[in-house]
Design a protein around this ligand. Structure first.
Ligand SMILES: *[C@@H]1O[C@H](CO)[C@@H](O)[C@H](O)[C@H]1NC(C)=O
Length: 404
């Protein structure tokens, strides 16, 4: 039951990734933000039972097979005629013996799918995929997702070989993902997502990451140590084309005890999530961005001290989330420049510093620069509350009258 709930949760997430994974999807997403899954439920002309079929008016057929035997899947696609599906999703059936479930060659009987999603309901089921399982789809598939399986037997290099359109690989809640180190050449790959998954620690060589130009590398929840994160990021940083492509890096909920030093190599990076690690001190130069920052998530990191110069770059529209840390001070030397940039933005799209749930000490003089001397900067400070419960915005400037 719990596994099913988790899978459902991830499938919902997946759905939103699917829907923003290609240009046309983004268009559709943008045109109807209130989309519900029911809004585009349409029966299909052909019968795909025992799989479910939805004819999405914008994208085409979405086929979902729950525990359907792979030979039955083959049968379905031999009797149906639609050649190109928008998505094919299989929750794998029980293994016949042992715990290996094998996806055979040409599962879709010559048909093609833009999105391919494979899920295991039990984490000890090992997924094996024949080199030619999805061969006919190689020119069409742009999104590959798998969740819940043990991936020990997965040979990424063979079954994804020649997938020229593949833009996203998304692996979630899986184990033994180490085979990912042998990715084939994937010229369209721009998003690699591995979350809440084990096995990255068994990867000995990440140099393949230098051969792809990822815009997004999302690695939340993988128990990565500093050394493991270094291995991964060094591989990206060692190739100038790979380093110059990366715009979004997520390393939240890992076991980092310091800010990765490679960040400055990523000249286009604008979205960085390091929340829920543990680095109490942000030293000078920790964050030095070369492109205008979009967001920097640093929440839940036990941060108690930030040195001047920790944040460098254009934060005009940058949102810095420092909530759920242990900051007792909000220092002028760290934040004045940033706040000045943020309030200079036009159209109300300026950046902000969020300080929710920090034990901020307001009883001494260290906030005079802000509350007494530059209260307009408070417009860029969000959820700042003193340890006695008083909001920054409610502090009376006169209490700082005698401060230097
Ligand atoms: C923080 O990370 C740990 C693993 O390092 C995880 O178990 C926990 O759920 C995460 N917390 C949040 C709020 O994401």
């Amino acid at each position: 039951m719990e596994t099913a709930a988790i899978l459902f949760f991830y499938l919902c997430i997946t759905l939103s990734f699917v829907k923003s994974a290609s240009g046309r999807n983004i268009e559709w997403w943008a045109s109807d933000k209130s989309i519900s899954q029911n809004a585009d439920r349409n029966p299909c002309v052909e019968d795909y039972s025992p799989c479910n079929c939805n004819d999405n008016p914008s994208y085409g057929l979405e086929i979902t097979c729950e525990g359907v035997d792979v030979l039955v899947v083959r049968d379905i696609f031999s009797r149906t005629t639609t050649n190109d599906l928008f998505s094919f999703q299989l929750t794998v059936p029980s293994p016949t013996g042992g715990n290996v479930i094998s996806i055979p060659a040409d599962l879709l009987n010559g048909k093609r799918a833009g999105n391919i999603l494979l899920n295991c309901p039990f984490p000890d089921w090992q997924l094996a995929i024949d080199a030619d399982a999805f061969r006919p789809s190689s020119g069409l598939t742009f999104f590959f997702f798998t969740a819940g399986c043990d991936l020990t037997l997965l040979d990424f290099a063979s079954f994804l070989d020649g997938f020229l359109s593949l833009a996203t690989i998304f692996i979630s809640q899986s184990s033994n993902v180490q085979g990912i180190q042998n990715l084939p050449a994937l010229p369209s790959l721009d998003q690699l997502i591995v979350t809440y998954t084990t096995g990255l620690e068994k990867v000995t060589d990440f140099s393949g990451l230098g051969n792809v130009q990822l815009r997004r590398l999302l690695l939340n929840g993988n128990q990565l140590s500093d050394q493991m994160a270094d291995n991964i990021l060094n591989s990206v940083a060692s190739s100038s084309s790979a380093a110059g492509a990366l715009e979004m890096l997520w390393l939240a909920s890992n076991q980092l005890t310091r800010v990765p030093t490679q960040l400055t190599s990523f000249s286009r990076m604008i979205q960085l999530d390091l929340s829920n690690n543990s680095f109490p001190v942000l030293s000078s130069g920790s964050f030095s961005f070369n492109a205008p920052v979009d967001y920097l998530y640093l929440e839940s990191n036990t941060i108690n001290s930030i040195e001047p110069g920790a944040f460098q770059g254009d934060f005009t529209r940058g949102r810095i989330y420092l909530r759920f840390n242990s900051l007792s001070r909000f220092e002028e030397a760290v934040f004045r420049r940033l706040l000045e940039q943020m309030i200079s933005a036009t159209n109300n799209d300026g950046g902000l510093v969020n300080l929710e749930s920090n034990p901020l000490e307001c009883g001494d003089c260290h906030l005079a620069w802000l509350i007494r001397d530059s209260p307009s900067l408070l417009n860029a400070v969000e959820s700042a509350v003193c340890s006695d419960g008083t909001a920054f915005s409610a502090l009376n400037p006169s209490i700082f009258a005698d401060c230097p």
